[in-house]
Ligand binder design. Structure first.
Ligand SMILES: CC(C)(O)[C@@H](O)C(=O)O
Ligand SMILES: [Mg+2]
Length: 557
């Protein structure tokens, strides 16, 4: 069988003289022209711990590709560091970077006729962006996750990036001083790797490994470990198998595989961003999935993992007790997963797991299914007059299931942070942060600075926060995001005023503001949508193209 189905369009067609001349210049010899060509998409760049080691890993991937008698071409795409841009207008570029990554990998691989793609992503948006491109291209593909960061150690406390955000809340409320704050910042991120708790990067890597597009353990192997380097080299041989079996993403990205991913995200207590990203990945793959599917699986999947942000442990700890495959093995045994889904090993999930160990005896990170942290999932899809097209809540149970309070309205993240510093937010308030939606923000910033300030200020159990923006995987507390329709497009969230009563019911899955129809009509008459915040450039294009949060914020609908 010919493995160079795509690249042969350049290498085997006599008239493609320009192609052949230029390929000679890249170092190919005559005997290389019938080898498959693999595009290696590195999201490496120096300025972000999640990504700063990826170019080096890409060279290891290339070695593995060459060892398997194929040609490897490393190319690059962009990234945004959520951790670095958080709390600033820079974060408006974060979500759209997912679609730029997808577009750029699709562009290079399609234009250059690569026979397969191996992607090396690190930070949050890199993983879904890579998979969206793989689905669109539908050529054999493997994602090698850049890996999780190790925890920082300080006075025998395990620190991570969220420790830094929460330290700020402690500092402004005078619980720690300047020196203690500095110590946290200096120790929070000890090297390369994506944020260490079950935050968005580790959530998406776990979801994608479960879907079957990464080799087993990819999501839990730490970034700086020898195991990660070894995984990179192994990807070449795995790619060869995929080419031989013609195992394309459409055979892996099935409805059942997405159901498995949702189940694992819920068992692990993963980021609310998984809702957006899995919807977008399903859209690229042509798989039917909607936000209500998340409720269906949340209703029947137990929340098991004592991982940060709501728990104690980090991804490296999970790796030490068996990693994501051991969690899959438990869930498969208990009947929560479809074992017959194909993966990039060329085998099914069940076949992969047969050869792999289960959770280590005596471990305390993953609860048994009979004694979960919470019987049902932490993700809820809420509806009501405040979210006629849906909203996503993260309720781990520690915060309770109902909240009724007084609206404290802010028209941006900055306003809300100022409000908290000024002591405007008090126990019993429902903090509303609006005009932060996909079009209004634009770009649905993550409200991690705000939720961490609330936590750090000790208000975590006493206030709720709702927004048409989104949350970091590091956010915990009583929070509802992705409110759709967003304020910018006239959702009722735009008409709420200070002092209104808002109720959130995470049992009945409702989110309502108590205003009469007559009052709503009166307020609506006086409301005009504010001007878009971008008038040209990338964010303007984003505003024009982006779909709602309930549709995954895709830009090609
Ligand atoms: C900075 C974080 C924690 O990585 C965040 O961006 C997330 O979404 O989890
Ligand atoms: Mg993020």
């Amino acid at each position: 069988m010919e493995l160079n189905k795509y690249s042969s369009r350049l290498t085997q067609v006599r008239s493609q003289v320009g192609s052949r001349a230029m390929l000679y210049a890249t170092g190919l010899k005559e005997e290389d022209f019938d080898k498959p060509q693999i595009g290696i998409a590195s999201m490496g760049w120096d300025g972000n711990p999640c990504n700063m080691h990826l170019n080096e890993l890409a060279e290891l991937v290339k070695n593995g590709v060459v060892d398997a008698s194929m040609i490897g071409y490393v190319f690059h795409t962009i990234g945004v560091s959520d951790g670095i841009s958080m709390g600033t207008t820079g974060m408006k570029y974060s979500l759209q970077s997912r679609d730029i990554i997808a577009d750029s990998i699709e562009t290079v691989a399609a234009a250059q006729w690569y026979d397969g793609v191996i992607a090396l992503p690190g930070c949050d948006k890199n993983m879904p962006g890579s998979v969206m491109a793989m689905a669109r291209l539908n050529r054999p593909s493997i994602m090698v996750y850049g890996g999780t960061i190790r925890p920082g150690n300080f006075h025998s406390n395990k620190l991570d990036i969220v420790s830094a955000f929460e330290a700020w809340g402690q500092y402004v409320t005078k619980k720690i001083d300047e020196d203690e704050l500095d110590d946290v910042l200096k120790h929070a991120c000890p090297g390369a790797g994506a944020c260490g708790g079950m935050y968005t990067a580790n959530t998406m890597a776990s979801a994608i490994e479960t879907i079957g597009l990464s080799l087993p353990y990819s999501s839990s192997i730490p970034a700086t470990s020898d195991d990660k380097r070894e995984e990179c080299v192994r990807a070449g041989a795995a790619m060869k198998t995929l080419l031989e079996k013609e195992l394309t993403p459409d055979k892996i990205l099935t409805r059942k595989a997405f159901e498995n991913a949702i189940t694992v995200v819920i068992a692990l207590g993963g980021s609310t961003n998984a809702v957006l990203h899995l919807l977008a990945m399903a859209h690229s793959a042509g798989v039917e999935l909607d936000i209500d599917d998340f409720q269906r699986f949340s209703d029947k999947t137990p929340f098991l993992a004592d991982l940060k942000p709501s728990g104690k442990f980090v991804m490296e700890d999970l790796y030490d007790v068996g990693g994501v495959p051991a969690v899959q093995k438990l869930l498969l045994k208990e009947g929560f997963l479809h074992g017959d889904c194909l993966t990039v090993t060329g085998k099914t999930m069940e076949e992969n797991l047969e050869e792999l160990p289960g959770l280590k005896e005596g471990q305390t990170i993953i609860s048994p299914v009979s004694e979960p942290i919470k019987k049902t999932g932490h993700l809820s899809i809420l509806y009501g007059n405040l979210a006629e097209e849906g909203a996503v809540a993260k309720i781990t149970g520690k915060e309770g299931t109902h909240f009724k309070g007084t609206a404290r309205v802010f028209n941006s993240e900055e306003e809300s942070l100022q409000g908290i510093s000024d002591g405007k937010v008090q126990s019993g308030d429902v903090v509303i942060i609006r005009y932060e939606g996909p079009k209004g923000g634009p770009g649905m910033r993550e409200m991690l600075s705000v939720t961490s300030a609330i936590m750090g200020a000790g208000l975590g159990n006493d206030v709720a926060l709702i927004t048409d923006g989104r949350f970091s995987g590091g956010t915990h507390g009583f929070v509802v995001g992705h409110i759709t329709p967003e304020a910018q497009t006239g959702g009722l969230i735009a008409l709420v005023e200070d002092g209104d009563t808002v109720s959130i019911d995470a049992v009945e899955n409702r989110i309502e503001v108590d205003i009469s129809d007559a009052e709503i009509a009166r307020r609506r008459k006086n409301w005009n949508p504010p001007a878009y915040k971008a008038k040209r450039g990338a964010l303007f294009k984003y505003i024009r193209n982006v779909s709602s949060a309930s549709q995954g914020c895709v830009t090609d609908a």
